[in-house]
Design a protein around this ligand. Structure first.
Ligand code: SAM
Length: 393
């Protein structure tokens, strides 16, 4: 009882605002999850994996599709009964009650009194952010969930060997002879859009902004403004170029270029005049020559060494010696006790792209194999990722 009293007193008032900074908050999250794993019985853990995760996801996606989070936000995000949430969305109150009470019982909403719910910051974000709900859409149903379920049978069929061939992975095992997972993604416009929104969210919340890790002023010094300033290779929606523009809004129109597959770029709308779109396959020669910087963010981790070296060599072909820089923004796998986020990302690479996250040593090996050299790795002290600055050798 004493332990319970102490625990309750310590935890009662803690929330995401209780910490000095983001690093401290994430450290606290790790400690709390560690404590939870020690408190849970084997059955608690299995129950969560197999009964809670899927049912919670199903309830969340249904509430998103019914418009509950959006209408709730539009109506001021106040505490509401399930009946009023159903009324706002013209849905069945009995059904809405069952869905929201499931989320409240998992601390995703707060039940303030009987059948009255307050939206948590997570629920408010689902109602106000354009990209956030997409993570629960085709990104999850067509990619994450399907392929994770397919991993065991794929590994069984291939004799439990570490997969490295992008033409022979879970995606082909389940869906047929796609060139890579990206061909499967762009084959469907909703899948492509939801994937890109997930990348935007990932870039916004899960990693250090490259513009915080790397001193971007370096790129403006002696920049030749008749050429692109930053080319974001595999740049998706251009969210990383937006970060650069927010820091340097004075740059000329058209200085920043997103390069990505046509099927991705066709779903991307750009209103910022500084940013241009260039459809491009990075397994072909780089069409934009002599840019000040080529940024590759979370692209090389999608590919095993052989294709990653091809991508690097194609970028190197566009670089001007002594002027162009290659900036690789990626995870740097910790050699001892890698973090939860790093290992989850590595599992995603294993499952979706037959690739892997890399350690610092592995990055050096890869970059050297492409005939390039690492000048410096820019990394904030507690970050899981960094910007690897690379020059032509
Ligand atoms: C994991 S996402 C990273 C996106 C973005 N750089 C970011 O950090 O959010 C990888 C990107 O590479 C793009 N891509 C995949 N294959 C490609 C290819 N052959 N040529 C150009 N882009 C490609 C994908 O469409 C996707 O946008």
């Amino acid at each position: 009882m004493a332990a319970l009293g102490r625990l309750s007193a310590t935890l009662r008032d803690i929330d995401s605002n209780s910490f000095a900074d983001e690093d401290e908050r994430l450290f606290a999250e790790d400690m709390l999850l560690g404590a939870l794993a020690r408190v849970q019985s084997p059955w608690d853990i299995a129950w969560n994996h197999n009964f809670v995760n899927a049912t919670t996801h199903g309830a969340i996606k249904s509430l998103i599709d019914a418009g509950v989070f959006t209408k709730w936000a539009e109506n001021g995000s106040k505490p509401e009964t399930s009946t009023s949430l159903a009324k706002m969305t013209d849905t069945d109150p009995i059904l809405i009650k069952r869905l929201v009470r499931h989320l409240a019982s998992h601390n995703l909403l707060v039940e303030t009194e009987e059948d009255t719910y307050e939206p948590s910051p997570w629920a408010k974000t689902l109602g106000t952010d354009q990209a956030f709900p997409s993570i629960y859409g085709a990104f999850y149903s067509d990619i994450i969930s399907v392929m994770s379920n397919g991993l065991p049978s794929f590994l069984k069929e291939t004799g439990f060997k570490n997969p490295t061939d992008s033409k022979h992975g879970v995606i082909q095992h389940l869906q047929g002879p796609y060139e890579s997972v990206f061909e499967y993604i762009v084959a469907d416009p909703t899948r492509s859009k939801d994937f890109s929104c997930a990348m935007e969210c990932h870039s916004r919340w899960n990693m250090t902004a490259w513009t915080d890790a790397y001193p971007t002023d370096i790129l403006l010094k002696d920049a030749k403004l008749d050429r692109p300033l930053v080319v974001d290779v595999g740049g998706n929606k251009g969210h990383d170029l937006e970060k650069f523009w927010l820091k340097h809004p004075e740059i000329p129109d058209g200085s920043l270029v997103i390069e990505d597959l046509p099927g991705i770029l066709s779903e991307v709308e750009i209103t910022n005049k500084a940013i241009l779109k260039q459809p491009y396959d990075f397994f072909t020669p780089q069409p934009l020559r002599g840019a000040r910087a080529y940024l590759v963010h979370k692209v090389l981790h999608d590919w095993s060494d052989e294709p990653a070296i091809k991508i690097l060599k194609n970028i190197a072909g566009g670089m001007e010696k002594g002027y162009s820089k290659l900036l690789i923004h990626e995870n740097l796998v910790e050699t001892v006790r890698p973090s939860r986020r790093t290992t989850a990302s590595d599992m995603i690479m294993l499952t979706y792209t037959t690739a892997a996250e890399r350690t610092e040593t592995e990055w050096h090996k890869l970059v050297n194999a492409a005939g390039l050299k690492i000048v410096k790795i820019w990394k904030q002290p507690t970050a899981l990722d960094g910007v690897i600055e690379v020059d032509l050798a």
